[in-house]
Each structure stands twice: as structure tokens, then as C-alpha cells.
Design a protein around this ligand. Structure first.
Ligand code: 5AD
Ligand code: SF4
Length: 418
């Protein structure tokens, strides 16, 4: 049985696809190198914005055509989109054989293997390949019910995983060459398992032998505690980068979004972070064109972006999602206006990003080498910026170096080892 997994979504989806892949390998299945070589094609797709969903639909359309040529190929849809649409997907795409929603977390691989009709397959131990950087999911779901967001509906309520299991996963990775752990969750900073909160979890992870760096994402401003800021400031292994979605700087819009903080509170967090960790890189998410967002509300967000100067940001055009609270309201900002606001924010944030990156030219940065490809080293600064360095080989993989930054672009830096 040859399988192929296509992921359309966030880092969490990528991580879950990887886990599913390992589970299928353990059942004796093999990875297919292409569409054509696959017996089973699995699509793991996001539904947070309709754009991602459209991408998934067009992929399913292509699979439908492919199945006309290869009728015995099985098509499986898993994840958030499968949860949202369930059997409706089958009505639209007749070729889909199995739908497994994001709330189903047990024995997904077995259900897929059974579909192939080969339930004689036995689970075996496989050698998992570990990378220098390992993503570890610490919690799933979300209780926040931001009024625009479908995540709590498709992923369910927050569930934190056992601290012991997480630590064991990190120890195993560290024993196999992983140097950096990235803790993942819809809302990582509200992690709580028995008496272990997120700060305590981080403290346990930084004490693991051979783990040199720890990062985490994504954070809700209302759960960013002084304790967490303190641990970022005092534990040298915790990287000086935080992704802290602001969404908007208009208090009216923040209220309508049910974000449970004001812009002033958010600003207070930014200054606390910058006092405690002077070189911190703060990044964010912004939504433009939320229902009721006037030009004035938008201007407030733009002004905040100019004031705060995020390292980089992701800006999204508001997308109406069924079942969410705000979907009861009219999506009243036109697409043309959303596009205008989107491009203004993007232009401003690109300008700031390049200014910040350029200010690093001539500085020394400690980087961790994540990849070496055709003599080019791909490394990352503590602040999360990618750095390319010429003239490396495999021996550099997983090592930390001091690099002098020579050139800066929006998304990457170029440097040489000193
Ligand atoms: N429309 C636009 N953007 C959204 N996001 C979540 N839901 C929506 C939506 N309905 C954005 C938020 C969130 C990021 C992951 O996706 O900015 O932080
Ligand atoms: Fe969605 Fe809000 Fe939860 Fe983030 S915190 S996943 S935006 S409901």
C-alpha cells in the first residue's frame, strides 16, 4: 500500500500529517513518490478561511479526474475541513472514499489501512527520522470562541496533553539529533495538564540534555502571563521571538471579535516584553475587513502597526465562516475594500520588516543550522529569521555559529561565519 499525504494548512496540520505518515509506515505501508504511484491519497485540509478551503476543493477536483484514469485509488480527506463538511464532501466529490474529521484523533491510520482491505497488517516499530528542529503538539482545540473563528467548532475544546508524554517525545528527539523544539497549540500559553502550566512545561523542556532552543506558538494575548515573560527573559534556551496575534487595534472591533483584551492591554504586553527581553522579535496576525470595520478602525490598526513595528506579520482578509458568531452579521466590507486594506497593511509591514532586517547588517547573530543544501547553509537566528550562508557541508547541520550579517531581505538574511 503506497500512500501520499497532501497538506493544506498551518504548522499544526503539517505536524499531524507527519504523525499520520509515521503511523501508516508502522502498519507496513510505504510513501508514494508521486500521485501516480499512490494507492491511497490523503488530503489534510484547513477550513479557517475560505481561501484555504477553495484550494482544497480544487485539489479534490484534480483527484476526481485522476480517479477516472486509476479507479482503484482510494481518496481520504482528514482534518478540519473534513470535520466541517463531513458527508457533504461526498455529495460534491463522489470519488472520496473516507472522511475523518479533526475531532477523531484515535486510530486514524488503522481506519485508512482497513479501507485498503488489508487488516492483516501488523504494527511494527519504525525508525523515525528526526530533524534538527522538531514540532511537538502540546494541546489541541480552543475555548476562546473569537467571533470570526471556526477552530473551536472543528477542533473542539482545549485539551492539553500529558506533560510526561510531551517530555518523553522531546527526550527521544534530543537523543536522535534534535536541537530545537517548537511547541505547538492553538493557544499554547493556556496549556495546563494537572499541575503543570505552560511555564513549568518550558522549564522542564529546557532542562533536557542536548536541547539547545525552545520556541512556541501561537499565543493569545489574554493568556500571556508575567511568568511566561519571565521565563523567556531568564532561560537562555527560550528563543527571543513571540507570535502574538493582535488582529486589530480598534477596541470596537476587538470587542466584536470577542478577543477579551483592549488595544491598551496589548500595548502594555508589548512594552513588558520589550523591557524584559530587549532584542525580542514580536510578530502578529491581522484581520482586515471585519464586519463593521470602518476606515477609522482600519486607520487605528495601521497606526498601531507603524508604532509597534512587528518583525513581520500575517494579514488576512476577513472570511465569513459558518457557525461562527459573527457570521450572523452581514459581511459588509466589500472585497475590493478588503483587498485595498490588505495591500496597505502588507506594504507597511514589508517596509518595517526590511528596515528591521537591514538594521541587523554588520551585527553578529548566533544561528542554528537547520539544513545544508548544495553547499548553502540554511540557519535561523534566535529571533526566528532565516539566514543563508555560502560554503557549508553536512558537518554543520545542528551546530550553532556566530554569523556576521552582510545582506538583508524581507524574509531572509545573508551572512558569513566568523
Ligand atoms: N477570516 C480571516 N482570518 C481569520 N483568521 C481566523 N479566522 C479567520 C477568518 N474567519 C486568522 C486570524 C488567526 C489566523 C490563524 O487566521 O488572524 O490568528
Ligand atoms: Fe480561533 Fe480565537 Fe481560538 Fe485563535 S484563539 S484558534 S482565533 S478562537
Amino acid at each position: 500500500m503506497n500512500f501520499l499525504i497532501k497538506t493544506i494548512g498551518c504548522q499544526m496540520n503539517i505536524c499531524e500529517s507527519e504523525k499520520l505518515g509515521f503511523a501508516l509506515l508502522a502498519y507496513g505501508a510505504s510513501k508514494a513518490s508521486s500521485f501516480v504511484a499512490a494507492d491511497i491519497i490523503i488530503l489534510n485540509a484547513c477550513c479557517v478561511r475560505s481561501q484555504a478551503e477553495q484550494k482544497a476543493f480544487s485539489y479534490l477536483g484534480r483527484l476526481e479526474e485522476f480517479k477516472l484514469e486509476k479507479s482503484n485509488v482510494k481518496i481520504v480527506v482528514v482534518g478540519c475541513m473534513a470535520e466541517r463538511l463531513g458527508t457533504k464532501l461526498k455529495q460534491r466529490f463522489k470519488s472520496v472514499d473516507l472522511i475523518i474529521g479533526a475531532k477523531e484523533t484515535d486510530s486514524i491510520a488503522l481506519k485508512i489501512v482497513n479501507l485498503y482491505g488489508n487488516n492483516t497488517l501488523k504494527r511494527k516499530k519504525i525508525n523515525v527520522v528526526f530533524d534538527v528542529v522538531k514540532y511537538v503538539i502540546v494541546m489541541r482545540g480552543c475555548n476562546n470562541y473569537c467571533s470570526y473563528c471556526i477552530v473551536p467548532f472543528v477542533r473542539g475544546n482545549e485539551k492539553s496533553f500529558s506533560a510526561r508524554d510531551i517530555i518523553n517525545e522531546c527526550i527521544l528527539a534530543a537523543e536522535n539529533g534534535t536541537k530545537e523544539i517548537i511547541l505547538l497549540g492553538q493557544n499554547v500559553n493556556s496549556y495546563l495538564y494537572k499541575n503543570v502550566n505552560f511555564t513549568l512545561l518550558i522549564k522542564k523542556i529546557v532542562s533536557i540534555k542536548n536541547i539547545e532552543r525552545v520556541r512556541f506558538m501561537t499565543n493569545h494575548p489574554k493568556d500571556l502571563s508575567d511568568d511566561l515573560i519571565n521565563v523567556m527573559a531568564t532561560e537562555s534556551k527560550v528563543c527571543s521571538h513571540i507570535h502574538l496575534p493582535m488582529q486589530s487595534a480598534s477596541n470596537k472591533i476587538l470587542k466584536a471579535m470577542n478577543r477579551k483584551y483592549t488595544y491598551e492591554h496589548y500595548l502594555g504586553l508589548i512594552s513588558k516584553l520589550r523591557v524584559a527581553i530587549p532584542d525580542i522579535n514580536i510578530t502578529t496576525d491581522i484581520i482586515v475587513g471585519f464586519p463593521g470595520e470602518t476606515e477609522k478602525d482600519f486607520e487605528e490598526t495601521l497606526k498601531a502597526i507603524k508604532n509597534i513595528r512587528f518583525g513581520w506579520l500575517y494579514v488576512f482578509k476577513y472570511s465569513h465562516r459558518p457557525r461562527t458568531k459573527i457570521a450572523e452579521m452581514i459581511d459588509d466590507v466589500t472585497l475590493v475594500e478588503k483587498k485595498r486594506r490588505h495591500s496597505i497593511i502588507l506594504k507597511e509591514s514589508n517596509k518595517i520588516s526590511i528596515e528591521i532586517a537591514s538594521s541587523m547588517i554588520g551585527s553578529l547573530q548566533t544561528v542554528l543550522v537547520e539544513k545544508v543544501d548544495k553547499g548553502i547553509i540554511e540557519a535561523r537566528t534566535e529571533s526566528g529569521r532565516k539566514v543563508f550562508i555560502n560554503g557549508g557541508n553536512e558537518k554543520y547541520l545542528g551546530l550553532q555559529f556566530n554569523v556576521c550579517i552582510k545582506e538583508a531581505k524581507i524574509n531572509s538574511l545573508f551572512g558569513c561565519i566568523v
